[in-house]
Design a protein around this ligand. Structure first.
Ligand code: C2E
Ligand code: MG
Ligand code: MG
Ligand code: MG
Length: 278
């Protein structure tokens, strides 16, 4: 009996794994189609200066729109895009369209910076810089109005390559932000070896900042460190006024979060900018 049970368990386990593998293959082919059919779209989440709540720019965040009604967030597909390297062509397509969109806003006299997330897979690709330059030239987008967001994890995967690429980006006038700062288990020494302009304090620290003394102390330390190293700090994931007040007390430079806006499509983003101008 025990033996029979064991076999059964094994059989169920086996078919569960098989199903998972099938789902994965299905999703991969679906994502290839999504790329061909232009089903990916960038949403934008504004970022504000804390002192006067002036909008300084926005972060581009990818969404999958398989049809008019459905909006799928990156947690459902970004890992697979990265594993299959589809992230590279998809990102370039999205990057080019975002540059075109932001160029229009700049030409209308808005002073805005576009922040774009770059994954490790992309940074280590030998054509990264040349492709980036090509799109900036093609869209006539000024590199001074571009910021690339990289995680600590991405940067430490290949320190020599990261240093080379970041120095190149910096010499082109592009800003560098460290995303999800504080979650990376990495050495802080890269902050003085890499040309970093911005630290985006991870939202996990902001989330409990009102109740958790430890998180508050960590955020204070990150802000102070930014000040000392002449690196701007951004609080990510600010959702309410009490979190905002604490961040303001600590002299953080910039803020991004649902308290101000959720990520939105380009059309809505344009309306917000219009309203701000009035
Ligand atoms: P991230 O770059 O750290 O982006 C911030 C995430 O926090 C976004 O989630 C944003 O919608 C969310 N967020 C912003 N404010 C708040 C808030 O007040 N409360 C809460 N709970 N969440 C907030 P999203 O858009 O789902 O993106 C998740 C992650 O997917 C991003 O984290 C980034 O790592 C990745 N991602 C998104 N778009 C791209 C892309 O185009 N390329 C690459 N490589 N990764 C991307
Ligand atoms: Mg980001
Ligand atoms: Mg982040
Ligand atoms: Mg993240």
């Amino acid at each position: 009996r025990a033996k029979a049970d064991g076999r059964n368990t094994y059989a169920i386990y086996d078919s569960a794994i098989e199903q998972k593998a099938k789902d994965r293959i299905e999703l991969i082919s679906r994502l290839h189609l999504a790329h061909e059919n232009n089903e990916f779209e960038m949403y934008f989440q504004p970022r504000y200066r804390l002192s006067d709540e002036c909008m300084l720019g926005a972060e581009a965040l990818m969404r999958w729109r398989p049809n008019k009604e459905t909006v799928i967030k990156p947690e459902k597909f970004i890992d697979i895009l990265e594993e299959t390297a589809l992230i590279i062509p998809v990102t370039w397509k999205m990057f080019e369209s975002s540059c075109v969109q932001f160029k229009k806003l700049l030409d209308q006299g808005n002073h805005l910076s576009l922040s774009f997330n770059i994954s490790a897979r992309q940074l280590e690709h030998p054509d990264f810089i040349s492709k980036l330059k090509l799109i900036l030239t093609k869209t006539a987008y000024p590199p001074q109005n571009l910021e690339l967001e990289l995680t600590e994890q991405t940067l430490i995967q290949n320190v020599e390559n990261s240093r080379f690429i970041l120095n190149k980006l910096s010499s082109m006038g592009i800003s560098i932000a460290i995303d999800d700062f504080g979650t990376g288990y990495s050495s802080l020494s890269y902050l003085k070896n890499f040309p970093v302009d911005v630290l985006k304090i991870d939202q996990s620290f902001i989330h409990d900042i009102v109740d958790d003394r430890g998180d508050l102390e960590l955020v204070k330390t990150m802000i102070a460190m930014g000040k000392n190293l002449n690196i701007r700090t951004v609080a990510e994931g600010v959702e309410n006024e009490s979190q905002l007040k604490l961040i303001q007390n600590e002299d953080c430079d910039e803020v991004q979060g649902y308290y101000f806006n959720k990520p939105m499509n380009f059309e809505t983003f344009c309306k917000i900018i219009e309203a701000n101008r009035k």
